[in-house]
Design a protein around this ligand. Structure first.
Ligand code: GRF
Length: 215
């Protein structure tokens, strides 16, 4: 049965190169994902994600806490952009800042983050980028992976939506492992968004539940 739903409207936050955002946009372009990226917000003016958005004609905003005198001013600006574009879902595609709690409250259950490890291991403050993969290797793990999870008010603690494993190899370096994990990040972010686009995510007894396709 074809999915007659309207495309889910996404605001993406990013800080850097934006390969996860690009993977999502490619899946939208190819028709694999019934979604539309309506806005991209970056805290860094040079973020590749911003340039990509501009090239594709997507509304692109450089918004940093440093531009505002108060938290409130910053939060209001972010909220006004998200509201202006009628955002259904927020995706943190390599956003290296904490989303303000006020925004988490407004978009509760509608903010997804991607983390390059299998949460709840190797997550939390300071565990980002190369540090994550180095910690996995230093511990001697035999598998790692990536997690797309809902965002709550802490770092990396919201419920997982999609997780996938990759093997850790004997001669791995943080860079080699990061590249292997990134490949699956590009798959699972879209898989998680698809679950929301299909209206399959709900909460039962405070736990995240995913319903089968033909509900
Ligand atoms: C990814 O590894 C993601 O898991 C982490 O930051 C990185 C962002 O990469 N949160 P990119 O900007 O999407 O290429």
């Amino acid at each position: 049965m074809s999915d007659k739903r309207e495309p889910i409207k996404i605001t993406a936050f990013a800080s850097g190169r934006g390969s996860n955002l690009e993977a999502i946009l490619k899946n939208i372009d190819s028709g694999k994902l019934n979604a539309r990226v309506v806005a991209v917000i970056a805290n860094k003016s040079k973020a590749g994600a911003l340039e990509n958005a501009r090239n594709r004609g997507i509304a692109a905003y450089h918004i940093s806490r440093l531009h505002f005198e108060s938290d409130k001013g910053f939060e209001n600006k972010l909220l006004s952009v998200m509201e202006e574009h009628e955002t259904d879902l927020v995706v943190l595609a390599g956003y290296m800042k904490k989303i303000p709690a006020a925004i988490v409250r407004v978009y509760k259950g509608k903010i997804l983050n991607i983390h390059p490890a299998l949460l709840p291991s190797f997550g939390g403050h300071g565990l980002y980028g190369r540090f994550v993969h180095k910690a996995v290797l230093d511990y001697g793990c035999k598998v790692s992976g990536a997690t797309v999870h809902l965002v709550d008010e802490e770092y990396d603690t919201g419920p997982p939506v999609v997780q996938k494993c990759v093997p850790v190899k004997e001669d791995d370096t943080p860079e080699l492992l990061a590249a292997r994990v990134l490949t699956i990040e590009h798959e699972i972010f879209s898989e998680a968004i698809k679950l929301f686009a299909q209206g399959r995510v709900s909460f039962k007894d405070g736990k995240l539940a995913i319903s089968p396709v033909d509900k």
